[in-house]
Design a protein around this ligand. Sequence first.
Ligand code: PRP
Ligand code: URA
Length: 209
Amino acid sequence: MAKALIMDHPLIQHKISLLRDKNTGSKEFRELVSEVGMLMCYEATRDLPLKEVEIETPVATAKTKVISGRKLAFVPILRAGLGMVDGVLSLVPAAKIGHIGLYRDETTHQPVEYYCKLPADIEERDVIVLDPMLATGGSAIDAINMIKKRGVRSIKFMCIIAAPEGLEALQKTHPDVPVYCAALDQRLNDDKYIVPGLGDAGDRIFGTK
Ligand code: PRP
Ligand code: URA
């Protein structure tokens, strides 16, 4: 089973504390989600392959390294995953972006699909799925199913806060997908919200509540 990597860098932990605070307004919340996305992306791309090239510096010829191998695509799960896109693109500006629209039915808590637009060449890319919240795991599992149906072989999942229930379900269904998260919380409540969590990420990013 692929491991879950908890990214507990002090900068990330500090920013998550601000995200959890119910008094943090939408503007700051949005900026923090983007910043945490960027910091997590730095770690999640640590295993990108490199190749040696030769360049001319103003002083001499240098053997140096550049990223090689397959190109990247990021796939945010709408809506809240959109909040992480600017941050990851600031590090990997050439990546393509796919979008998967899922919302949780308020009664059943099951994900409902309403949109899917992925890059035409996605099967040739390494894909990182973005969603700040992994609660029951239903949305992440469905999104990864949709991406696998398109022939993608290399997928990572990146979330800011995970519940143990969601992490277990995701790892059971997609054992080949490494999970990167910044905090593993206590549990889900009866409404399937993460405890202590940060509330509804989409509503807080877009100011819809
Ligand atoms: C939230 C969150 C995840 C999902 C996690 O989205 O952004 O996509 O819930 O829950 P799960 O692990 O139980 O599936 P939501 O359905 O609230 O939609 P939104 O982002 O459009 O607000
Ligand atoms: N979606 C959210 O935005 N927050 C939760 O705690 C659970 C699902």
